[in-house]
Ligand binder design. Structure first.
Ligand code: NAP
Ligand code: GDP
Length: 317
């Protein structure tokens, strides 16, 4: 069957990784067409623009990545915007996909949207079991509603619209903006500047919270598998193992090593730590893909740091 895949958010961190894997590793298959969108193609917060874009391309498959995205400190400031913008985008995209008859949509949730008070490890069945962490409730509830959409599209229309749940992602083409972005790109940018100016690297918070990081290229490879071979409506966590969870301090140490930074490292404990941990189980993924090999964290970190240094002038920052 010929496949026309529309990727919303195709210009972002995850979208660029999928472009790389499709073009450089997997190669587009016979009868397969990929279209990578950015916000320049349409403002997906607007229903008419979204529908017109989908009517123009008439995709059979959709990877839905577009979202208002940010790190802990941006989420804490703009819960209302994260809620409204993402609810509109998701409703418009899923409705437009259905209207043009797309047979599969894979959307993107996040392990940070799970209940805050929970047992560990978190698994796919626990998504709606209690309130999310207060720092990002707007983003979390908006993302959780994608799962409601997917279940309802299946119930009323038999659609196989599903979602993946990645942990913290990092890699080339990330948003390296220090105030708004996530921890890894923020630390890489701060280390670059500290090295250039001969100043200390300041890590925000205590360094004690724990995170599972997935390399954007590994996530992209798994996304393609989900698009082509995963048949469930229920979401699937895409994560490294629990044993690969690291503290923020360990992540900062990995950045320091990869950047060859020899200055002092300080911790600003006046800044929030956010959620302490969100340890996720990748047991479901391992059942489906026991063969999948994640890129070692330090190698992925080195590749990302090298990319940032080489692309400093044009990187998002
Ligand atoms: P990103 O780099 O910030 O990219 C966001 C993408 O969304 C960009 O292509 C952007 O287009 C597009 N976009 C934003 N608002 C839009 C709008 N109103 N209309 C059309 N397009 C719009 O984000 P990312 O990190 O790749 O995230 C991709 C997905 O993964 C998101 O759904 C996110 O929630 C999820 N996720 C991310 C992480 C993480 O750690 N980064 C973790 C878990 C889940 P422009 O480039 O034109 O602005
Ligand atoms: P989260 O995983 O959803 O909480 O989002 P982030 O990727 O923003 O990670 C936040 C964690 O990293 C918190 O524990 C912060 O205290 C810590 N952190 C340390 N330095 C930084 C930084 O420069 N930027 C960000 N965003 N977080 C940092």
């Amino acid at each position: 069957m010929s496949m026309k895949v529309l990727v919303t958010g195709g210009s972002g961190l995850v979208g660029q990784a999928i472009q790389h894997v499709v073009k450089e590793e997997r190669g587009a298959k016979e009868g397969e067409e990929w279209i990578f969108l950015s916000s320049k193609d349409a403002d997906l917060m607007k229903a008419e623009e979204t529908l017109a874009l989908f009517q123009k391309h008439r995709p059979t498959h959709v990877i839905h990545l577009a979202a208002m995205v940010g790190g802990l400190y941006r989420n804490m400031k703009y819960n209302l915007d994260f809620w409204r913008n993402n609810v509109y985008i998701n409703d418009n995209v899923l409705n437009a996909a259905h209207e043009v008859g797309a047979i599969k949509v894979v959307s993107c949730l996040s392990t940070c949207i799970f209940p805050d008070k929970t047992t560990y490890p978190i698994d796919e069945t626990m998504l709606h079991n209690g309130p999310p962490h207060e720092s990002n409730f707007g983003y979390s509830y908006a993302k959780r509603m994608i799962d409601i959409h997917n279940r309802a599209y299946f119930q009323e229309h038999g659609r196989f619209y599903t979602a993946v749940i990645p942990t913290n992602v990092f890699g080339p083409h990330d948003n390296f903006c220090i105030d708004d972005g996530h921890v890894v790109p923020g630390l890489i940018h701060k280390t670059y500047t500290a090295k250039k100016e001969g100043k200390p690297l300041v890590v925000w918070g205590s360094g004690k919270p724990r995170r599972q990081f997935i390399y954007s290229l590994d996530l992209a490879r798994l996304f393609l598998w989900v698009l082509c071979d995963y048949k469930e409506v229920e979401p699937i966590i895409l994560s490294v193992g629990e044993e690969d969870e690291v503290s923020i301090k360990e992540a900062a140490d990995a950045v320091v090593q990869a950047m060859g930074f020899e200055g002092a490292v300080e911790y600003d404990t006046s800044k929030s730590d956010g959620q302490f941990k969100k340890t996720a189980s990748n047991a479901k993924l391992c059942r489906y893909r026991p063969d999948f090999k994640f890129t070692p964290f330090k190698q992925a970190m080195k590749e990302t740091c090298d990319w940032f240094v080489a692309n400093y002038d044009t990187a998002r920052k």
